[in-house]
Write a protein that binds this ligand. Structure first.
Ligand code: GUN
Length: 283
């Protein structure tokens, strides 16, 4: 029987640590970290993520502001908002919720965020630092995955890790972080051939491809570790990229959906907001 790594439980611990650190920062600096989230348009999923981020900040004793803009905002107007936030000494973290409307160049927006306030770790300089293994802000989802693995003292050195998904938000950074811990990493994606064979060789599978039940029992070696990043809505239910019910008995560790990686993403964002705050006030 596989052990479930509960992101719901672990994220509570991380959030409590964050809350205590915020108290201590407040005592030292007379200020608390302030995260500003910019939400463009009214995508329901983005709306609920953004609300959850704000709620988590407030519970941790941080400040949080949501700037809402209509989807017809121009690129120049959005850039102006970012520049004002960059210059605002009372703002320590800036997050532009993705996706943004197609008429706006996403790269231009991400590039405009001051690296010191880039809580997402999406700025190209942060990405470069991560690839070089230098200190930097790590993207929240892969950071949360690493925290989950560490919480169970899972040895990564020399292990075969298969990442399914090559996104900039999850797949690519997760590969770098696992490699940084000396895992042997393979990246598969939606067009990979012989996915089953590759899965069967893996000691650790990180599924982040966004397709419900891509990984099934016949594809997984007994004792493997499964990290499921997928969030797929099927018949009104949230379902991961892995078939949790079938897999939980043959894996050594597995994350559920919901209540797995998702809550860890928010907890990691709070940690990043603290890091940005400290980087700014201790400069
Ligand atoms: N959209 C989905 N996940 C994320 C995230 O981690 N950060 C931002 N900015 N947008 C997202």
């Amino acid at each position: 029987m596989g052990e479930i790594i509960s992101g719901k439980e672990l994220s509570k611990e991380v959030r409590e640590e964050v809350r205590l650190e915020v108290e201590s920062l407040k005592a030292t600096y007379g200020a608390v970290p302030h995260l500003v989230v910019v939400l463009v348009g009214n995508d329901p999923a983005s709306e609920s993520y953004v609300k959850a981020k704000k709620r988590a900040c407030l519970k941790a004793g941080m400040e949080s502001t949501i700037i809402r803009k209509e989807s017809d905002i121009t690129e120049e107007e959005l850039l102006d908002i970012i520049i004002n936030l960059n210059n605002d000494k009372g703002v320590h973290g800036i997050l532009v919720q993705l996706p943004i409307p197609k008429h706006i160049n996403e790269n231009k927006i991400i590039d405009a965020i001051l690296i010191e306030k880039d809580v997402d770790g999406f700025h190209p300089l942060n990405v470069a630092y991560m690839h070089l293994g230098r200190p930097c802000i790590l993207p929240a989802t892969p950071k949360g995955i690493m925290t989950m693995l560490k919480s169970k003292n899972i040895e990564l050195k020399g292990k075969d890790a298969l990442i399914i998904g090559r996104s900039n938000l999850v797949g690519k950074p997760a590969a770098m972080l696992l490699m940084g811990q000396h895992a042997t990493v393979t990246i598969a994606h939606s067009r990979t051939q012989n996915l089953k064979e590759k899965c069967l060789q893996a000691d650790i599978i990180v599924a982040a491809v966004g397709r419900a039940h891509t990984v099934t029992k016949d594809m997984v070696k007994p004792g493997a570790i499964i990290i499921d990043v997928g969030v797929n809505r099927v018949d009104g239910k949230l379902i991961g990229d892995c078939d949790f019910n079938d897999l939980k008995d043959i894996t050594s560790f597995i994350t559920p959906v919901p209540g797995g990686v998702g809550p860890m993403t928010i907890a990691s964002l709070l940690q990043n907001t603290i890091e940005c705050f400290k980087g700014i006030v201790q400069k």
